[in-house]
Every structure is written in C-alpha cells, then in structure tokens.
Design a protein around this ligand. Structure first.
Ligand SMILES: Cc1ncc(COP(=O)(O)O)c(C=O)c1O
Length: 379
C-alpha cells in the first residue's frame, strides 16, 4: 500500500489509475464537506464576512500553486467552459487574423473559440502532428511553436494534453506568444496540481482549471487566473458579489458601480458556495503541502514499467515530453476490447480509454502493485 493511501477512502483491492477522469476524495476534504453541510442547520451565526473570507483563502492557495502574483488575480469558477467563456469572449479581434487551438483539445475551450471565431470571422487553426505521431511530444511542441505568428490572435491549449499526457514546453510557448503578441489561454485541468505551473514566467494570460481532477476538489468547482490583459474586461454575468460594495449587506441597493479589482469580476455568482468552496480549499491546501515535485517523482517511478511496455510496442517512441502523471499506452496486440474490459473488471482496475489508447493516470495513493496488476492484464 502507498504511504498516502490512508489519506483517502478508496476500497481495498481496487486499482484506481484514473485521476485524469476524477480524483478520489481525500478524507480531510470529505470531513470539511460534511461539517459545511451541518453549518446550514442554523444560519443565524453566519456573518457577511463568512461570505467572503474563506474565498480569499481559497484564492490565495490557488495563487500559491500556480505562482500567480496575488489572490486578487484568481477567481472561483464552476467549470472550465465558464472560465473559458470569460476569457475568450474578451479577446480583441483586432489583435490578429486567425486563432490557434491544439488538435483534440477538450471541448470546453474549443466550443467557446469556435463561437468567437464565427462572430469575428477568424479562422480556427488546429495545431499538432499527424495521427501517426500522436505520442510524439517533440512533434507536438514543434508544431505549436511553428504555428504562432504575428497574425495569431490567441492560442488555446492545455499544458498537458488530456488524451495522451504530452507535456508542453510552456516556457518556450509562452515566450513565443509574448514576442508575437498572441494571447495565451491555458486549460490547466490535466496539468495544474501535478506538474509545475508558473503563470508569470510562462507569460500566460489566462489559466483555467477544473477542480475535480488534479486539484482534488469536488465536482462543479474550478479555479482560474486572469492576467492584466483581462483586468478591465466584461464578465459574462453581473454578480453583485463581484462589486466593491458587496460586503455592505444593508446597502446593496446602493448598486455598486465598480468591479472588485483584477480577476474579482470573474467569480461565479453565489461564489461563497459554502459547501464546495471550503472542500476545494482544503484540497488545495493538501496539494500545496505535497508539492508537484513529490507528486511528479512518485508518479514517474510508478510509470517506469509502463514506459518500458510502450517502448516494447514501438522502440522508436520518444517519451521526452511525457508527463509523469498521465500516460497513453497502446492497447495490447491481438486482444479484443471485450476481453480487455473483462480482464480489467476482474482485477478491479479503473482507467480510461481514449481513442486507440489506454490512459493511465496514477497519484500518490497508487503503488507498484497497481501497475503490476495492470501489466498482468495486458500481457
Ligand atoms: C482538459 C480538460 N478540460 C476541461 C475538462 C472539463 O471541462 P468542464 O469543466 O467545462 O466540464 C476536462 C474534463 O475531462 C478536461 O480533461
């Protein structure tokens, strides 16, 4: 058993290799959630400060994780599609002639970009290698860098590809976007919490993350960072909680004219979210305490036998840009899907199928036994 498994409540004998799908709940997060539900038994003691103070802690924990300059530059959001809409809808079309997006990017960013491009008559250009090079991280990175030009309006991409775990060189990509004046909007859902993120040194204009995977929070939560380009933007909704007078409960009809500074305008309405927000906050506390170095080195060691398995299928495969926590491995030769499913079920192995690949995504609660069980199934 992993030394971290006691922090979770996963059933004994289950091999959960699917954090990229959904993280299991930390015991500490579960406890915070239960006491948060009980709080509403008797709301008489809830003050105006209770609506805002916990959020400041949540935002500062996220700011620490992604090296944002301040908690003020971060916002609490319900989903990636929500956070993406707030960023993409505010990009000035006069900046360029076309928009870039990673091949196979998750729909939450893609659909918002398609709408923006239709409205502003700009082309959506997909970037990435040909199908056969799906696992070649060097080619993915090269194709992104080559595509960014002075005519690019914005680039929408994940820092870790959600399907195959390819890791992008955000230093080089961020620098290229900065030098060509291309707005860089990153979906950090499959990367933040597991690999290093620094919105400032990577020159990221907006970073949007779902909360229920590598941030280890509950579903229907997420966090975002919005840099200076968006600090005077128009949010997609007008929440009274995002106005500077929001704490003056007795004076709310003196309708506030000013948004809270920086990313303060992008928090979702009812942002206090008394049950889910404290849960996400506790999860981020724990993720920060572990740190991505610990998580990454643990996952890297676990995935080593799986990398050997991938290389045995294709000796030419280049795993230089493979993230430590998500690995796409080919399905075993000569084994049908039904047989594979049956083997996985009988061994209680949970993973995801993405295209012709199996997506394996371990975390600290996993140990070598989980990987061994999987390899036995595949052989
Ligand atoms: C890369 C990525 N982005 C976003 C999401 C979720 O998006 P949303 O919060 O809009 O449902 C997922 C879910 O699998 C994902 O893998």
């Amino acid at each position: 058993m992993s030394q971290y498994s006691d922090l979770f409540n996963l059933p004994l004998g289950e091999h959960y290799l699917n954090c990229a799908y959904m993280s299991p709940l930390l015991r500490s997060v579960e406890e915070i959630g239960i006491s948060a539900i009980r709080m509403k038994r008797s709301p008489s003691h809830m003050t105006a400060d209770d609506f805002f103070d916990g959020l400041e802690v949540l935002k500062s924990r996220f700011a620490t994780l992604v090296h944002a300059p301040s908690a003020q530059s971060c916002a609490f959001i319900p989903s990636v599609s929500y956070g993406m809409a707030n960023a993409i809808s505010n990009v000035d079309p006069k900046r360029g002639k076309h928009c870039l997006i990673l091949k196979g990017e998750f729909p939450s960013g893609r659909l918002a970009l398609e709408r923006w491009c239709e409205e502003h008559v700009q082309e959506v250009r997909e970037v990435g290698p040909v199908e056969e090079d799906f696992m070649n991280g060097a080619m993915w990175n090269e194709s992104v860098l080559e595509a960014i030009t002075e005519n690019s309006t914005m680039l929408i991409m994940s820092n870790v590809h959600w399907m195959n775990g390819i890791l992008f060189d955000m230093v080089a990509i961020g620098e290229r976007c900065r030098s060509t004046d291309t707005i860089l909007i990153v979906d950090g859902t499959q990367g933040v919490g597991a690999v290093h993120m620094n919105v400032q040194s990577f020159h990221i204009d907006a970073l949007i993350c779902a909360g229920y995977k590598w941030l280890m929070g509950p579903y229907s939560t997420g966090m975002a960072y919005y840099g200076p380009y968006f600090h005077h933007s128009r949010p997609i909704e007008e929440s009274w909680m995002n106005r500077t007078n929001a704490k003056a409960f007795s004076d709310l009809t003196n309708y506030g004219k000013f948004y809270s500074p920086e990313a303060g305008r992008f928090n979702v309405g009812q942002t206090s979210n008394f049950i889910l927000a404290p849960m996400l906050s506790e999860a981020l506390r724990q993720v920060n305490e572990w740190g991505t170095d610990l998580i990454g080195s643990h996952d890297l060691a676990l995935c080593k036998p799986l990398c050997d398995y991938v290389k045995s299928h294709d000796p030419k495969v280049d795993l230089t840009y493979q993230s430590p926590h998500i690995l796409g491995i080919p399905k075993p030769n000569g084994m049908g899907d039904d047989e594979l499913d049956q083997r996985l079920t009988s061994k209680k192995i949970s993973l995801s199928k993405r295209g012709t690949f199996l997506r394996i995504s371990p975390h600290l609660y996993n140990d070598a036994e989980d990987i061994k069980a999987l390899l036995t199934c595949l052989s």
